[in-house]
Design a protein around this ligand. Structure first.
Ligand code: PLP
Length: 364
């Protein structure tokens, strides 16, 4: 009964006992796109890889377990996971979303709104979100902590209100990962991840996940998945599985480093404000002199100036021109995403080197 295993064990067990024929400890990568039928009218359970692939299925078994859910679907990117999750909602659905979210999700939401497919109400705080939910609401969309302002939303509280009005709750769990948060037991109906980030952890896989406990939703998701093909390839399924094995270690190491960097940044005279929830590897901070941001970014040696997050390597992002560039400047400024903000994805390098690198770049 693997259901009772602890999270670290479930992660390391990914793929083990998946190939009874050989006993291979590491899950095989099944590249075949098609599968021979034993006889007319029979199937091995695998027919065509867009529908189901053995390597991907093995990965999905672990993904469901670590999110404490019944079903998981691995997709080709975080964005295809977002699009797949929304496929279960009818055209014209009304969405209440947290304003502070990944710019790429915002870009797709805007496209949906412009095309008249989905309608959005954006809210800045948990209180505003709860107040915005009513009988016309179909979906609540939450990234918690928010990106990049790092504000936590109470999933259980919001899910209760949403369900009272018959709305569904969709949570993007990319930032915390299952190490710090399982939205399904808290009441979320659907969970998505950009598995490109913490789940894979090495900046070498583009992947996404959709998770649910609801068989009806799962059937709708699978229908759409099989029809439109946002699949994760067998090789990437394998790489993601390998990354998952160290998720707990990586997340703990990143959190330890992040906590030390928060103390360092809070005490540095060039820094105006530090935004951190206390757990995870994501920190945002605002600098006093915005004009110095280019030189700060140019002078970093260990921390790479790059988009993305959640890998073993520390990355620094300037949301105004990178991840959140598709959100108009005045909209960004209206909710606190100002142009003096930098976002740091803290990796697992030695803290001494990370601190020294930030210090010299801030003081350059
Ligand atoms: N959700 C969050 C919170 C993200 O940060 C990202 C990407 O940065 C996405 C979704 C989209 O994922 P992907 O880049 O894997 O398509």
């Amino acid at each position: 009964m693997t259901e009772n295993y602890q999270l670290a064990t479930l992660l390391v067990q990914a793929g083990i006992k998946s190939d009874e024929a050989t006993g291979a400890l590491v899950a095989p990568i099944h590249l075949s796109t098609t599968y021979q039928h034993p006889e007319f009218g029979q199937s091995t359970g695998f027919d065509y890889t867009r529908t189901k692939n053995p390597t991907r299925s093995t990965l999905e078994t672990t993904l469901a377990k670590i999110e404490q859910a019944d079903y998981a679907i691995a997709t080709s990117s975080g964005m295809s996971a977002v699009v797949l999750a929304f496929s279960v909602f009818a055209p014209g659905s009304r969405v209440v979303a947290a304003r502070d979210l990944y710019g790429g999700s915002f870009r797709w939401f805007k496209q949906q709104e412009d095309q008249g497919n989905l309608f959005f109400t954006y809210t800045n705080t948990e209180e505003e979100m709860i107040a915005a939910i009513d009988e016309t609401t179909d979906v609540i969309y939450i990234e918690t902590p928010t990106n990049p302002l790092m504000i936590e939303f109470d999933i259980a509280k919001i899910a209760k209100v949403a369900h009272d009005y018959g709305a569904r709750v969709l949570v993007d769990n990319t930032f915390y990962s299952p190490i710090y948060q399982n939205p399904i037991p808290l009441g979320a109906d659907l969970v998505i991840h950009s598995a490109t980030k913490y789940l894979s952890g090495h900046n070498d896989v583009l992947a996404g996940v959709v998770v649910t406990n609801d068989l009806e939703l799962f059937d709708q998701l699978m229908y759409h998945y099989n029809t439109t093909g946002p699949n994760l390839s067998p090789l990437d399924s394998y790489l993601l599985m390998r990354g998952l094995k160290t998720l707990k270690l990586r997340m703990e190491a990143a959190t330890k480093n992040a906590r030390e960097l928060v103390t360092f940044l809070e005490n540095h005279e060039a820094v105006k404000e530090v935004l951190y929830t206390g757990k995870g590897g994501m920190i945002s901070f605002k600098v006093k002199d915005q004009k110095r941001i280019p030189s700060l970014l140019n002078n970093l040696n260990i921390i790479s100036f790059a988009e993305s997050l959640g890998g073993v390597e520390s990355l620094i992002t300037y949301p105004a021109t990178q991840t959140h560039a598709d959100i108009p400047e005045e909209v960004r400024a209206s909710y606190g995403l100002t142009d003096d903000l930098l976002r740091l994805s803290v990796g697992i390098e030695d803290i001494i080197d990370l601190k020294a690198d930030l210090k010299q770049a801030l003081e350059n």
